[in-house]
Design a protein around this ligand. Structure first.
Ligand code: NAD
Length: 351
């Protein structure tokens, strides 16, 4: 099997490439333009593997995408390339519209051009998995879960552009017959997560004795999934999902942000003791505009139809994650130094 992965140098994409190449044994072409969020160090474990190759290219570049399809001849696409950080989308939405909307359109067009010229047996095998987020559904109240049928109601520029991309992907299936499947996943966490995101930011700030910024009163609820469980779900959906369908992915791990931060403090106090409890570093900061109150996923369709189950609970996954950051300073130290020098990455204002 030959899979073209977009965004494979990012957090989830790199977990996926490592899994596909190392554990599943498929051939992967990773197409990534290496924005601030792309990091080839996350792929060190598979660099040099004959089943893995990398193309530095922008998904908005139609010529480059057509050439990639023609040269690699994939029988599957897993499309993860995106601008993904909600806070950045609030201060600069243009890149989000370009990559998430125009880039997805460009990739769908290149895929369609390639697929329409395949012979019938290759056409039957081909799949295009569009990877998306539960944020397209907007915010939940204190009860209920997102179903695949929940109407789209995005709140941020990030989620609005992802919603637009989901609609494009589905339209390319309904209108042109491109064999598309869509996944909508809850918040991911785990190793190799860029240090601007909540969980790595809290771990690394706590280790450096810096304030632990928490939006509002910390009561916002997210549903967390360990990144390797997401990678497994994506391969299951690509290979066995029904065409034209969408599948919600989540681990039934709803947590309030403040409880996540406290849990990380407890684990760090145990694994890397400090002179004062890390909880004393918690600092509440003004809430993000348009901050959704609660996300929670019903993954029942994926579980019942395709037999997928998450391996990690939040408790086991967060222990592994904190332990990984403690023993992999080589990976995060250079990123953190660039974040705080402001070079190319922008500054984190809250710390
Ligand atoms: P990320 O920001 O860590 O990685 C994105 C990758 O895409 C980077 O390697 C970047 O260089 C690349 N990229 C960006 N623009 C590009 C372009 N124009 N051309 C080629 N490459 C480009 O993101 P992530 O957290 O790994 O998320 C991956 C996907 O999963 C995204 O589509 C995101 O919407 C979705 N998703 C993420 C989460 C989450 O919690 N992180 C949850 C659900 C869904």
């Amino acid at each position: 099997m030959r899979i073209l992965v977009t965004g494979g140098a990012g957090f989830i994409g790199s977990a996926l490439c490592r899994r596909l190449v190392r554990d599943v044994g498929v051939k992967v072409l990773n197409v990534d333009k290496l924005t601030y969020a792309g990091n080839l160090a996350s792929l060190r474990e598979i660099d040099g593997d004959p089943n893995y190759s990398f193309l530095d290219a922008d998904i908005c570049d139609r010529t480059a995408m057509e050439a990639a399809f023609a040269a690699f001849r994939p029988d599957g696409v897993m499309h993860l390339a995106a601008e993904s950080h909600v806070d950045r989308s609030i201060t600069g939405a243009g890149e989000f519209v370009a990559t998430n909307v125009v880039g997805t359109f460009t990739l769908l067009e290149a895929a369609l051009g390639y697929w329409s010229k395949l012979d019938a047996s290759m056409q039957d095998r081909f799949r295009f998995l569009h990877v998306s987020t539960d944020e397209v559904y907007g915010s939940l109240g204190s009860d209920g879960l997102f179903q695949e049928t929940t109407p789209y109601d995005p709140s941020s520029p990030y989620s609005a552009t992802k919603a637009a991309a989901d609609h494009l992907a589905r339209a390319w299936h309904r209108t042109y017959g491109l064999p598309v499947v869509i996944s909508n996943c809850s918040n991911n966490y785990g190793p190799y997560h860029f240090p601007e995101k909540l969980i790595p930011l809290i771990i690394l700030n706590a280790l450096h004795d810096k304030p632990l910024p928490v939006y509002g009163d910390g009561s916002n609820v997210r549903d967390w999934l360990f990144v390797d469980d997401h990678a497994g779900a994506l391969f299951t959906i690509l290979t066995r999902g029904r065409l034209g369908e969408k599948y919600n992915v989540g681990g039934r791990n709803e947590r309030r942000n403040i409880d996540i931060v406290r849990r990380i403090c407890e684990i760090l106090d145990r694994l890397a003791p400090s002179s004062k409890p890390r909880e004393t570093l918690i600092t509440f900061v003004p809430d993000r505009p348009g901050h959704d109150q609660r996300y929670a996923i019903d993954a029942g369709k994926l579980e019942a139809e395709l037999g997928w189950r998450a391996n990690e609970t939040f408790e086991t996954g967060i222990e592994k994650t904190v332990a990984w950051y403690l023993s992999n300073e080589w990976w995060w130290r250079p990123l953190r130094e660039r974040l705080y020098s402001g070079e190319r990455l922008g500054l984190i204002k809250a710390v």
